[in-house]
Design a protein. Structure first.
Length: 91
């Protein structure tokens, strides 16, 4: 199983860091680290997240890491991280 981040997911991660870093750099770094560590769980158990049936026939799922949602898609033997955001955001 392989894991790839889409350009939108990487942009989400960068925006999150840029938003938090001026206020609290150590917290921003820890949060980015926690969000990227979630991929370890996905690689060992890719179907751990809740399936989002509104995207069928695609297999899109979501996991929560603290107050952040990570959406990802399973295609064959690859996990694509699609987007991530704070759960308070209206998305």
């Amino acid at each position: 199983m392989a894991l790839k981040w889409t350009s939108k997911a990487l942009a989400d991660l960068a925006c999150l860091y840029e938003f938090l870093a001026p206020v609290n750099h150590p917290t921003a770094a820890r949060l980015v680290q926690a969000l990227t560590k979630a991929q370890t769980r996905l690689l060992t158990n890719p179907r751990i997240g809740e399936q989002l049936f509104q995207f069928e026939p695609r297999e899109v799922r979501r996991i929560l890491v603290g107050d952040y949602e990570i959406r990802y898609e399973l295609i064959g033997e690859t996990i694509y991280v699609l987007r991530l955001w704070h759960t308070r955001e209206d998305r």
